[in-house]
Design a protein around this ligand. Structure first.
Ligand SMILES: [Zn+2]
Length: 432
């Protein structure tokens, strides 16, 4: 699984220069390979540092000397033939845009400069991280005999960065993550603590099921799965991974983002989203949608070419079965179906939740981001995405408000009984 490291492609990946299939594979590899992820973090940090390095104008008098010295090198390039591509990575590329001389540098020199910069960035990174003691999280045994790095724990234990927590078919455990929240680990599950820092707490779920209740501000708690990363935007969810690396996210409160590089699904409470290796997150759907709707959506997301299961195309079934609340799902399909089908998705959405003023058919069909966002806001405010029954979790209000300031995330009321509307907005109850 780890044999094909992607370290050589990371610079191209960061610069968005890889073909899409390669991009996806690199993104997936980064989720599960610590070694490549560290290399990638250094590239990102190097690029960020380079952006913030002050540009100091050198006195004009030094350039002739440098040019002369370069031209005296046996294999120097003639000055009137600029190197075709002397740029190596973002840092040098940026600098070369501003310094005409850099256009004449030999590729080797530019490469060395790039390496030096990476080395500096690496040293800086190490200095940042070395001073921290190796942090750990508290683990409590709930049932059976959970193990940390193969050692059975008593009633409590500590999970340090890099260590695996494993449960067999009769054991369960709870992880307490300080002020961040709690994670319950179900039977037959393998989770690893990847990072815990003020800016990022990250678990890897290799197999099994876990439930998280997070009270930290959004975008601090992450769970890597084999086919996507779950990013907490406030609240509670369950995540499970099967042996094939497929995962299923079910959100009970708040919002969770599932991402794989450029593909992202924002999943509200009451909704679920599946992911598949090689594809990434599918389309989010409300769990109370009809079974036919959910089955057809899964076909559309993950097996679009399977025509055996039904004579009717999956998209037709999804559109036919959609209730007003399911417009959330159709909104994602707008940008995921091809041009020909987009008009049909649009037409069905207009019937269910009309777009706000100024959002036009033409704009939506050419995927105008501003219009899509405005329609999405209307859909979110129309379809109450809170689940029926009582909210299980009382969070800190100011933290919820932070959640609401995230793009695409609206304000959520916490700790109030939600009635028996099954989450449907009153205005839609009669129609669905
Ligand atoms: Zn690797």
């Amino acid at each position: 699984m780890f044999s094909n490291h992607v370290s050589k492609q990371l610079s191209a990946y960061w610069n968005g220069e890889l073909p899409s299939e390669n991009t996806r594979r690199t993104a997936e590899h980064l989720i599960r390979c610590t070694r490549c992820r560290l290399a990638f973090e250094e590239i990102k940090l190097g690029a960020k540092l380079a952006q913030h390095l002050p540009l100091i104008a050198a006195p004009d008098s030094i350039w002739p000397k440098i040019e002369t010295a370069l031209l005296q090198q046996p294999d120097a390039l003639p000055i009137d033939h600029p190197t075709r591509d002397a740029r190596v990575g973002t840092p040098v590329g940026r600098a070369s845009d501003r310094l005409p001389l850099a256009r004449y540098l030999k590729p080797g020199l530019a490469f060395a400069a790039g390496l030096a910069l990476l080395f500096l960035a690496g040293a800086f990174w190490l200095r940042l991280h070395r001073t921290e003691a190796r942090p750990s999280w508290e683990v409590a045994r709930l049932n059976g005999a959970p193990r940390i790095n193969s050692n059975r724990i008593d009633d409590t234990g500590k999970l340090a960065v890099g260590q695996w927590l494993e449960t067999d078919d009769t054991s369960r455990a709870r992880i307490d993550i300080g002020k961040v929240g709690q994670v319950e680990v179900d039977p037959n599950t393998r989770v690893r603590l990847i990072a815990t820092q003020p800016t990022e707490h990250r678990l890897e779920l290799a197999r099994g099921r876990m439930s998280a209740r997070i009270s930290a501000p959004p975008k601090l708690f992450f769970v890597n799965t084999p086919s996507a990363v779950a990013e907490d935007l406030g609240c509670a969810y369950t995540l499970e991974v099967d042996d094939a690396g497929n995962s299923l996210l079910r959100v009970t409160l708040g919002w969770v983002a599932l991402q794989l590089k450029d593909r992202e699904s924002l999943v509200p409470a009451g909704a679920a989203c599946a992911t598949r290796p090689g594809i990434g997150p599918g389309t989010p759907y409300f769990e109370d949608a009809s079974e036919l709707f959910r089955t057809a959506l899964a076909k559309l997301d993950f097996e679009p070419n399977d025509t055996q299961w039904s004579k009717i195309p999956a998209l037709d079934i999804v559109l036919h079965q959609a209730r007003p609340r399911d417009t959330m799902t159709l909104w994602y399909l707008l940008s995921r179906v091809d041009q020909n089908d987009r008009g049909r998705v649009y037409a069905r959405m207009v019937e269910l939740v009309p777009p706000p003023d100024g959002v036009t058919r033409d704009g939506v069909l050419r995927l105008d981001q501003e219009m899509l966002k405005r329609w999405r806001d209307r859909i979110d405010s129309d379809s109450h995405s809170l689940p029926g029954g009582h909210a299980r979790f009382s969070g800190n209000d100011s933290q919820r408000h932070q959640a609401s300031s995230q793009p695409g995330v609206r304000e959520i009321e916490i700790g109030k009984p939600m009635g028996k509307s099954k989450g449907l907005a009153p205005s839609f109850r009669g129609k669905s």
